[in-house]
Write a protein that binds this ligand. Sequence first.
Ligand SMILES: Nc1ncnc2c1ncn2[C@@H]1O[C@H](COP(=O)(O)OP(=O)(O)O)[C@@H](O)[C@H]1O
Ligand SMILES: [Mg+2]
Length: 377
Amino acid sequence: MKYYHDTGASPFRNPDAFEIAYIPEVFNFRDSQMKDLADALRPGLTGKSPFNMVLRGLPGTGKSTAVHRVFSELEETTSRIVPVYVNCQSENSKFAVFAKIYGKLHGHQPPPSGKPIRQVIYDIGKILNERKVVLLVCFDDANYLLPGKVLNSVLYILLRMHEEYPDARAGVILPMSDMDIDLRAVLDPSVISVLQPDTIYFPPYNEVEISTILRDRIRVGLNPGVITPDIFDCIICHTMRTGDMRVGLDLVRRSVTAAERAGMDVVTRNHVEASFDLAKNAPLDATIQTLCTDERKLYGHIAGMSLGTGESLTSGAVFESVKRYMPISYTGFYEKLKKLDEMRLIDLIFLKGRGTTREIALRYDAEKVMKLTRYGE
Ligand SMILES: Nc1ncnc2c1ncn2[C@@H]1O[C@H](COP(=O)(O)OP(=O)(O)O)[C@@H](O)[C@H]1O
Ligand SMILES: [Mg+2]
């Protein structure tokens, strides 16, 4: 058995074109959203506060890309606005957020180690006040800052900074992929009153749009002929089933890699079929990767129970069962449950007249969750 094949040239012309962080050259079908975003930020160019914006749309509808493109244009055209991009999946604590802002204002130097967060915030306020620059922070996938009310607390500080530092100006952009988060229910009234956000909607792409975007990306990322028209249709068909552009791009990357591994220079239907399961699960997998070990185990345990019983689960029953497998207090358990709910991995349903008992519903297929959380390991 040979492990390597000499295939000559790689089918990839530019492998980066299929990475999550890749910013496409052409960004079609989002003109009106880009214009609304640019309009909202315009006051910042003359040193005034930009309008705060919420970007709403299902995963893969171009929200992050829109922000990256606007931010890079701002970086090129003005020094009046300082854009800071926070990825809330990884930078998910109050300190991480302010350290990122501090770093941006200090030429990418992190705060000195041991510097208390109050000092970091003070420093940020002072710099904004002195330099008269406008801070613009994008909290991408802001829902990841809901546990522990981190989002509430950072918005409160940022948007009220001008009370202490009269010339400090700040605006925020909150892209969120979950359509049913009501900000008024998860943020305090004192934050809502200063946030007053406008919303820009990113509707799902239709089949023609998905095809155009994928075709463009394939042209940039692959050598000609790697994906035949038949296979292209098959990829589009799978992508439409999930409705998520990210799955489509990941499916191309995985299928081409599978072909390359097999020493072939064209993708076959088998490569696509074999890659689809992994590509389809990639977004949920990425979310599960952000959980700590106990949260991941609890999530897997809930999935295992829901598959086993077939009935609806209550928080009490899950606690009784899970405490046999991990040392956990009821308070600790409930906090984790709330986090899973806030991350939209489960639904916690209030039961009338049942005190603190909640019904727990999985938002994803139980077997899939068990596999991705490595249930039983
Ligand atoms: N209109 C578009 N043109 C080209 N690529 C796009 C477009 N919309 C989305 N994409 C690509 O699809 C993927 C998902 O987009 P992203 O901006 O991350 O979506 P969201 O932040 O809404 O989940 C990215 O790789 C992005 O480059
Ligand atoms: Mg995004």
